[in-house]
Ligand binder design. Structure first.
Ligand SMILES: NC(=O)c1ccc[n+]([C@@H]2O[C@H](COP(=O)([O-])OP(=O)(O)OC[C@H]3O[C@@H](n4cnc5c(N)ncnc54)[C@H](OP(=O)(O)O)[C@@H]3O)[C@@H](O)[C@H]2O)c1
Length: 233
């Protein structure tokens, strides 16, 4: 698929990594439907920068932890003027935290899975319905920590592992018109409040960076036969 002129839906737009993905795709000629949550200040900054790249940018607010809001944004997406129907979905919204095993409570597990797994799943369901029989691509942003079995991150890792598993299954369910892949970055940005960091090396013993994630996103968009793959980068 050539991304130029195509419409991309991106969740978690204010994210440090996600905003870079949006700027990159907009610079390649994509129209962007950006889903933001509560960080309004950062939303304005990203909105302004995206508008300097393309005028075909739409921002929709949603708490993706609730499926009701996923349905609501897709009803709005159908009516957006001046852009073709979406052909790419990037599920990047996530919550990330380090927690000691003994401190983990039901509410923390529920929230992490609601945003990192359930929201992406609901987005995929609505997106697949909207796309129908047209060609489309889904990219789930997971995390290389899934393969590290790192103490302190059991719930976050499990939520991303669930999304990777769903990626492989949905690649079969949604074949042959929709490809479903995941990009699994190593650590690039690290929250200041988390002091003990797991090792950052990836399988090829390289260090993750934004450029490598953008390359993986491009690879998935450009290669129509690639599906059910987890690209660790
Ligand atoms: N950056 C890295 O180093 C790195 C490494 C490996 C994997 N990843 C993965 O890559 C993706 C992007 O990372 P990032 O650094 O851009 O993330 P980030 O800076 O942590 O931002 C997370 C985004 O998710 C949104 N979000 C959280 N809860 C939400 C909810 N209930 N409804 C809707 N949106 C919600 C946040 O919006 P609000 O702030 O408004 O709530 C924010 O825009 C994530 O899936 C992350 O797990 C990142």
């Amino acid at each position: 698929m050539d991304i130029k002129g195509k419409t991309v839906i991106i969740t978690g737009i204010t994210g440090k990594l996600t905003s870079q993905i949006a700027f990159h795709l907009a610079a390649k000629g994509a129209n962007c439907i950006c889903i933001y949550h509560k960080n309004v200040e950062k939303t304005w900054i990203v909105h302004k920068k995206l508008l300097s790249i393309t005028k075909k940018v739409f921002f929709l607010e949603a708490d993706l932890a609730k499926h009701y809001f996923v349905g609501k944004i897709f009803r709005k997406i159908k009516d957006l003027p001046g852009i073709p129907a979406p052909e790419v979905l990037i599920n990047a919204a996530a919550v990330f935290d380090k927690k000691r095993f003994g401190d983990i409570r039901e509410v923390y597990i529920a929230k992490t899975f609601a945003v990192n797994f359930s929201a992406s799943f609901a987005m995929i369901q609505k997106f697949a319905k909207l796309v129908g029989r047209r060609k489309a691509k889904i990219i789930n942003i997971t995390d290389a920590i899934v393969e590290k079995y790192q103490p302190g991150f059991v719930v976050y890792s499990a939520s991303k592992a669930a999304l990777e598993n769903a990626t492989k299954i949905l690649a079969k369910e949604l074949a042959s018109n929709i490809t479903v892949n995941a990009v699994s970055p190593g650590i690039i940005h690290w929250p200041k409040k988390i002091d003990v960091r797991p090792p950052a090396n990836l399988p090829a013993d390289t260090i993750a960076n934004v450029g490598k994630v953008l390359q993986a996103v491009d690879f998935i968009i450009e290669n129509d036969a690639v599906t059910g793959r987890i690209i660790t980068t």
